[in-house]
Design a protein around this ligand. Sequence first.
Ligand code: ZN
Ligand code: ZN
Length: 190
Amino acid sequence: MHRPTPSGGPSLPVAFANTVRCDACRSDDALATPRRYRAWARRVGGELPERIPADDLAALRRLRSAVTALLRSAIERSAPPRSALDRLRAAGRATVPRPVLAWSGAGWVVREAVPDVPSRRRVGEMLQEATTSLLTGPHREQLRACEGKGCAHFLLARTRGQRWCSATGCGNRARVARHYERAKRRRPDR
Ligand SMILES: [Zn+2]
Ligand SMILES: [Zn+2]
């Protein structure tokens, strides 16, 4: 399995894109149900809201397609699909705290009120911020698509040679396949 990454920073878009179902890694869609989303959000940690109503998960899955398309175009160094960029921007529209007049008991004060926005909007804001910092910052060079056969996951490579989303999953399968190929070559069919 692929290890979740700390939330917030540039690793969040990778962790978010990696919620997709992957047959190679035998992992389910982590955005399929509120329960699965919650387990994922807890693993990732940080400030991700833990509760997303089932009806809002479809919007997050669409956002995931957009983020995935952006990551892919960054890896391929090609222009991103316009629709993906638009979707990320729309999801991340800032919900700015507003000053609100209040009475402290001794005098007037201004309090900041954060508008009551749905949790999925907060996820959208976090992703808009994190994707911006990933695609325009130094971590972009570490962004890769896993080379595991049939794997749908991405990774932020910590070393130059890192090619798989997980050493125990895709990395191990590739090693086993290489070993098998070598053995076959040494021992041709009779
Ligand atoms: Zn995978
Ligand atoms: Zn993989």
